[in-house]
Ligand binder design. Sequence first.
Ligand SMILES: NC(=O)c1ccc[n+]([C@@H]2O[C@H](COP(=O)([O-])OP(=O)(O)OC[C@H]3O[C@@H](n4cnc5c(N)ncnc54)[C@H](O)[C@@H]3O)[C@@H](O)[C@H]2O)c1
Length: 254
Amino acid sequence: MMAESRSDGRVALVTGGGGAIGRAIAVRLASVASAVAVVDLDLAAAAETVAAVEARGVKAIAIRADVSAEAEASGFVDTVERRLGPIGIFANNAGIEGVVASLDQYPVEMFDRVMQVNVRGIFLGLKFVLPRMRDRGRGVIINTASTSAIRGRAGLAAYVASKHAVLGLTRVAALELVGTAIRVNAVLPGPIESRMIRDLNRMAGADGDRLSRAGSAPYGRPEDVADVVALLASDQTRHVNGAAWVVDAGMTVA
Ligand SMILES: NC(=O)c1ccc[n+]([C@@H]2O[C@H](COP(=O)([O-])OP(=O)(O)OC[C@H]3O[C@@H](n4cnc5c(N)ncnc54)[C@H](O)[C@@H]3O)[C@@H](O)[C@H]2O)c1
């Protein structure tokens, strides 16, 4: 097995990098990447992540952008390559949870927004990063889906539909890259100790337990997801493409 090098010279890009999981991914990738770009709607949060990466002696930049806006998505990919160099690792991670409501009560505008960020955003990231990686013949992409990509959850119509779509996009991208050295995989976290899961529990009210504690598995930590992302970014997974790696301590098999 190849040892993980301190820096293999690759530039890492993390969207939603100001959030719990994105920050853990950015910090984890700082131990292998030469530089890390942090994209988020929330510039202050992205800047905090940049500080955490820089504290590890690695160059980092924060970019404010909406991943679901075409011009902004193509813009941040340009900016990262111009300022840091070719993107070698892309953690396509930004996502929102929407609200908890039964299908008939689910607000249409909220459904659209969740699909825009979680599906269109992931699609645009792939669309703009892939051709650059293809031109250079190398690169790895890890899309953040969720265990909601492979199971239903009452009250989460938009989120569940959007995460199923992330898995679909992952599979299409992987197939379009067969025969190249570029790989696209998805990581599927179960509930992770984070603002997102706390808000979902609050919205679910009395149903909170049913929503998030199906099965008896404990919540994970953002770092548990980041470690799997780093593994999928490494040559140790060179034969893994189009895969859906569940990170949930066994919750979905219960
Ligand atoms: N927290 C969990 O339990 C959990 C479980 C499974 C999957 N996930 C997924 O992991 C990813 C990260 O979640 P998290 O827990 O870190 O949530 P989070 O809310 O802490 O982080 C998400 C980040 O994305 C940013 N963001 C939102 N919309 C954006 C947009 N349009 N453009 C750019 N940035 C945007 C937010 O500002 C935030 O900083 C999401 O895709 C989420 O669906 C989370």
